[in-house]
Each structure stands twice: as structure tokens, then as C-alpha cells.
Design a protein around this ligand. Sequence first.
Ligand SMILES: [Zn+2]
Length: 226
Amino acid sequence: MTTFEAFPDGQGFDRSQDLGDPRVVDLICDDVLEGRYCHVHAGIECKTWSVMQYSFGGSRSRDDPLGNGRREAEVTGNRQMQQLMRILLCCLATATDFTVENPQTSILWLVPLFVQILALPFVETAIIHQCAYGLGSPPGSSPVEVWKKPTRISGALHGLASLSRKCPGGHVHGDLGRRSLLTLASGKKVAKITLAASYPAPLVKSLIEIVGAAWCDGDPQPNRDC
Ligand SMILES: [Zn+2]
């Protein structure tokens, strides 16, 4: 498995992992085109695509998902999205499975080229309330909270829809606003949204099981050469 994380362990920015940099993505595209991956999963940074962007003066909208081009953060987000589309087109060209994750209500899902990719007949979607997979504050933190974080994963992956889960109820959801902090057991204060960015382990396990089951097993993508 190969992973890319532009902010490894939250410690600074690693340019060699920047998926907005075409030179980094060139290498990924080469690997996809040469058949080195059985699956590509992308959790593109949602900062400017989230509906929360409206609170910060964002210009994206349903009718204009790319925004007005005047906000640097949105231009950066657009650049990352364009590079992601390059990777997805390489996946489609080689019948490589892929999945993309963003908030359920993200404006990313409305980008025209992406809409066309998502309309392909073998694309499936999962809507996930992450509390159903155990997303919440770490042990010993204060406050102790459960986080719903409605999330969508869409992609060319047979069985992906089975990953969908709704909140089972019986708990109260904590606030994941960008200014909401909690105190870790170590005493360090951290933004809840940062902690909630990591998938809960049961969600990762379930996704990997679906990827494994789909590999060479009735995947509906055409031209698959197993
Ligand atoms: Zn819940």
C-alpha cells in the first residue's frame, strides 16, 4: 500500500506528498497506467469544498462549484481537484478501482467533470454517518464526544454501497466547528475537526474488505485484465 499525506503527523507540510503538484501526480499517474495499484482512494482536502466555507466568505456555489477565482484557498483547492481528476481518468483508462471521500454535502460532488465520472454505470456511493463506525474523541479527552460527520464515498468499487451506515442513535453528537477545541489526556488542546479527520478503524477495515472482495471478483468495470 502507498499512502500520500501532505501533513504527516500534523508536523509541517511535505511538498513531495502534495497532491496539488502536477509533478507528484505525474508519478502516481505513471504507476496507475502501469497497473501498479489495484485501488486508489482519495480523501481530497475538504476545507474550501465544505458547506462550512460560507462562514469564511467562500465563493463556491451549486451553480459555480469552482468559485470566482479570487480566493487563494479556492484556487489551491481547484488545483488539487484537477490533479485528482487526472488520477481518476488514468484509473478509468486502466479499469483500476478508485474511491473518493468528502463530506456528504461537499460542493466537490458538483464539479462538472466529476459529475460525469460519477454518472458512469459502475460507480457506487456510500453515505456514512461516521459515529456508526465509532468516530469520537480519543480516550481520556475532555469533553468526551461522539461525532456524526456525515461523509460520502463514491467510486468504481463493486460493493461500495454496502459501506453505508446511518447513526444508530442513543447518543448526542458533539460540535465539529473549526473553532471547537478539546483537551487530550496529555493536556494538549487540539481542534476537534483535526482529530475527526482520521477515519475510525472499523471504517478502514470495512473499506479494505470491500476492496479485497472486489479485486478480480465480478468487478463491473470494463476491460479489467485480472
Ligand atoms: Zn450518531
